[in-house]
Design a protein around this ligand. Structure first.
Ligand SMILES: Cc1cc2nc3c(=O)[nH]c(=O)nc-3n(C[C@H](O)[C@H](O)[C@H](O)COP(=O)(O)OP(=O)(O)OC[C@H]3O[C@@H](n4cnc5c(N)ncnc54)[C@H](O)[C@@H]3O)c2cc1C
Length: 811
């Protein structure tokens, strides 16, 4: 066994084997994998191992396409062939039009990744799958690439290729401890000796938190018991003369694929169970949980009704094994939050289908610092401190129960709610707030006219449309108040703070105290990493000279890691998170100056406190830091208040607002207004796949600076010209917004992808942003969007659509 290597991958299931193989493919061959038992002895060996191309965003589709290509190539290797039933085809069923809309959207989205799904009706489903009935069925989504693979052979093939490239695999070598050194390198302690390395990878499957504990972290991953049965032979299958397509059913929560000449049916029962919450037997190896088919009767009945042939056949085998889930159902693949040189590839609930792709994207991140796709949907830093074991269990159960019932836009499920609240949460609830969840925070989405008001979740405009319109009208004509909680906020101090931040951003820092600016942080490839509002505050009795760095709620751990990893050891810079201590009240609208003037003794005139100013003051008796910035495009003030004083500030503003008909507004109104103003959302429109020039952020880049992270790469990219450009589109539909991922078309040719969209109530237009080929980015270009299966006109327009001269914020 080596005592020193570059990377130690811990765990020899599909996650570890794929990572090891892809590290060698990226050129790092001095790498090892250590496995406590035999390869695949965790979950992988008993997987149903279906391999689909279906994913709910482009990164997932792209990584699954990679899996499929890789598995095809491995399966065709004459020296080590593996059983891969590729291309049996698969159907996701639907019995509501809303589900069908979802499939139409996913088909539009997948086209941008070169993947063609078909939306088919019930008769066509039955024609392609001769065993199913069409009762209570509208149709489905056809994935022609669907299939299944032998999981053990797949892992052996990956390990074999990795070994041939120079990697080493140590079986029966449990990792029993981890030590990190001052230079961020690691010693991996195993039962057979120590290995020192630069980087460790946790690929420990359901034992993820045993390894996590060795490095002092808890990963929000929970195991669930998951069962499938395999039937005896079904004569109709042999008679059909072709393999049965796979089925996935959101109506009755099962999947089904052919196994020999029988069927394998897996269940996502409502009466489901977590597994291993209080520790895992060390001897649970190559093992299964006891069968418990009684738990699955609800699902079995649905499966029998859809496939009556199941009623006439015996059960050959039942498999019940642990399967891992995370808070939002997607895996955690990437850097471990708060750690250096440590990565994970964990929480895989569809690891066979996805594992090839996850290992590929992880190896790219380890070797190059970034992957070819934006990997935020997989990033382990997307949940902050609320992601504890109890919340993870609740969300895992909910996600398991809804395995095939995809989330609708603006659908926020009930488990684990109220994880993060402010003193205003119950107050806003009493005012009728419907809440959305942002990084665990309960944030008002809109205000309901009656307690029993609810919306019908769908991909189309819903019943909240008119309510949002009214909230915006109030903001536009008078004044509105909105709580933005959880907004990420760091206080950055120290004699080197200015030089440090200047190096981190590609634009200019506010030069004077009392000023605020928007800034972008690039990675070393010159691509967009983060977006921050940076305010420069003078020394006061509240603290020394300081910068306030504000960014999206979800970016808390991501941005903290990025900033701290770039701090020089000799730099005098302190970064303190205020995220959980402060909340923003946004006061917006032409009367907002009157309201703030009534509750705060300062001079709030445009001359004394112009746009992009910041000052400390009091709102009533509440201490506050106020910024003259506006995401709505109206005259507005962002009032940052310590949570202890939040209610006091709120009461003062509400009271002063009465004279001006102040109304509360929520996140949906903000979303509509920011689209009209051309403002972007981090990780919807601001992605690591594009640089700031492609994203239309030229005014935030100052190439004249001597240095900033990503400058050299950006210069090279700028010389090459853009691959895509972000444009604003006016969409010719009153039925539905354009959802992120939808394809932008010119005739039958794919030319771009929508990043976000919605109705602009002040301009009365359906607005979308999207990245399109530069040839089609000029204003006036007539394109189409594949919107829920319809080709709707989409014209490139000049942004912003509302108050382009920015007069309102300056008045
Ligand atoms: C019944 C069932 C059906 C499924 N069907 C499908 C399907 O159809 N399609 C699909 O894509 N997915 C399916 N899955 C999920 C899929 O099997 C898993 O996502 C995948 O196998 C997880 O692989 P992994 O490598 O993350 O974990 P594992 O396979 O559990 O591998 C982790 C490895 O880490 C090792 N390890 C742990 N601790 C240590 C340590 N301290 N030192 C060294 N090594 C250690 C373990 O021994 C183990 O070998 C199914 C799962 C179940 C339970």
């Amino acid at each position: 066994m080596k005592s020193q290597t570059r990377v130690v991958v811990i765990g020899g299931g599909i996650a570890g084997c794929s990572t090891l193989y892809h590290l060698t493919q990226e050129g790092w061959t001095d790498v090892v994998l250590v496995e406590r038992n035999e390869l695949t002895s965790g979950t992988t060996w008993h997987s149903a191992a279906q391999v689909t191309n279906f994913g709910m965003n482009q990164t997932m589709v792209g990584l699954k396409s990679h899996s499929i290509e890789l598995y095809r190539e491995l399966a065709s290797d004459p020296d080590y062939p593996i059983n891969y039933h590729h291309g049996d085809g698969g159907i996701r069923l639907a019995n509501t039009e809303a589900q069908m809309d979802g499939y139409r959207h996913f088909a539009s989205m997948a086209r941008g990744m070169g993947v063609e799904f078909e939306v088919i009706d019930a008769e066509e489903c039955a024609r392609r799958h001769p065993l199913i009935s069409t009762d209570n069925l509208i149709g489905g989504l056809w994935d022609g690439q669907d299939g299944d693979i032998d999981p053990a052979q797949l892992c052996q093939a990956l390990a074999r290729r990795a070994r041939a490239a120079g990697a080493e695999v140590y079986r029966n070598t449990p990792v029993i401890g981890l030590t990190q050194h001052r230079d961020h390198s690691w010693t991996v302690h195993t039962e057979h000796g120590d290995i020192t390395c630069e980087i460790v990878v946790n690929a420990c499957g359901y034992r993820v938190n045993e390894l996590g504990a060795m490095m002092g972290v808890h990963h929000p991953v929970m195991s669930m018991e998951h069962q499938y049965l395999v039937t005896e032979e079904i004569p109709a299958i042999r008679e059909a003369g072709h393999r049965m397509p796979l089925l996935r059913c959101p109506i009755s929560d099962y999947y089904c694929r052919q196994e020999k000449y029988g069927l394998l049916v897996g269940f996502y029962e409502q009466n489901c169970k977590t597994w291993g919450m209080d520790g895992i037997d060390p001897h649970f190896v190559n093992a299964l949980c006891p069968d418990d088919l009684d738990r699955t009767t609800d699902v079995l009945e649905g499966a029998f009704a859809r496939m009556p042939a199941l009623m006439d056949v015996g059960i050959h085998t039942v498999v019940n094994g642990p399967i891992t889930y995370t808070i939002d159902g997607a895996p955690l693949v990437g850097p471990i939050p708060g750690k250096r040189n440590a990565f994970c590839i964990i929480g895989l609930r569809a690891g066979l289908g996805e594992g090839g792709g996850h290992g590929w994207l992880l190896a790219q991140q380890i070797v190059h610092g970034e992957a070819c796709y934006d990997t935020w949907c997989l990033d382990p830093r997307r949940f902050a401190g609320h992601a504890n074991v109890e919340l993870t269990a609740l969300k895992a159960i909910e996600d398991y129960q809804n395995e095939f019932r995809f989330h609708f836009p603006n659908e926020h499920r009930p488990a684990g709610r109220m994880a993060k609240t402010t003193p205003l949460t119950p107050v806003l609830a009493a005012e009728g707030a419907a809440f959305t969840v942002v990084n665990g925070w309960e944030r008002a989405e809109y205000f309901k006219p009656a307690p029993d008001f609810d919306v019908t979740h769908s991909f189309r405009f819903d019943e909240s449309f008119d309510l949002v319109a009214q909230e915006i009208k109030a903001v536009q004509s008078a004044v509105g108040l909105c709580e933005v909680n959880g907004f990420n906020r760091f206080e950055i101090t120290g004699s080197d703070a200015e030089a440090f931040l200047d190096r981190m951003i590609c634009g200019r820092l506010p030069r004077r105290f009392g000023r605020v600016g928007l800034a972008y942080l690039l990675n070393h490839h010159g691509m967009l990493k983060s977006e921050a509002t940076i305010a420069r505050l003078p020394a006061t009795d509240l603290g020394p000279e300081r910068f306030w760095y504000g960014s999206a709620a979800a970016s808390e751990l991501h941005d903290m890691d990025w900033l701290t990893q770039h701090l020089g050891s000799d730099e005098d810079v302190q970064i303190r998170s205020l995220t959980n201590d402060q909340t923003i009240l946004v006061l917006a609208g032409p009367k907002s100056r009157d309201v703030i003037s009534a509750v705060s003794r300062a001079d709030w005139s445009a001359a004394a406190f112009p746009w992009l100013s910041v000052r400390e003051c009091f709102i009533g008796i509440a201490p506050a830091t106020v910024m003259a910035v506006s995401f709505s495009g109206e005259l507005a003030y962002e009032i940052h208040v310590p949570n202890a004083s939040l209610y006091a500030a709120y009461l003062a503003l509400r009271e002063a607002g009465e004279a001006h008909d102040l109304r509360l507004f929520g996140a949906l109104a903000v979303e509509s207004m920011r689209l009209e103003k051309g403002f972007l959302h981090w990780k919807a429109d601001v992605l690591t796949e594009f640089d700031p020039f492609e994203t239309g952020l030229n005014r935030f880049v100052h190439m004249g600076k001597p240095q900033f992270i990503g400058k050299a790469a950006l210069e090279t990219r700028a010389a090459q010209g853009p691959s895509k450009r972000l444009v604003t589109l006016e969409v010719g539909s009153k039925a539905a917004p354009a959802h992120g991922g939808a394809s932008v078309m010119l005739g039958d040719a794919f030319v771009g992808t929508v990043t976000s969209g919605g109705w602009g109530h002040r301009v009365q237009k359906n607005i979308a942003y999207g990245f399109v080929s530069p040839d089609y980015a000029d204003s006036g270009t007539e394109l189409h969007i594949d919107l829920l299966g319809d080709r709707v006109p989409a014209t490139v327009v000049t942004s912003p659509l509302y108050d382009p001269e920015m007069n309102l914020v300056r008045t």
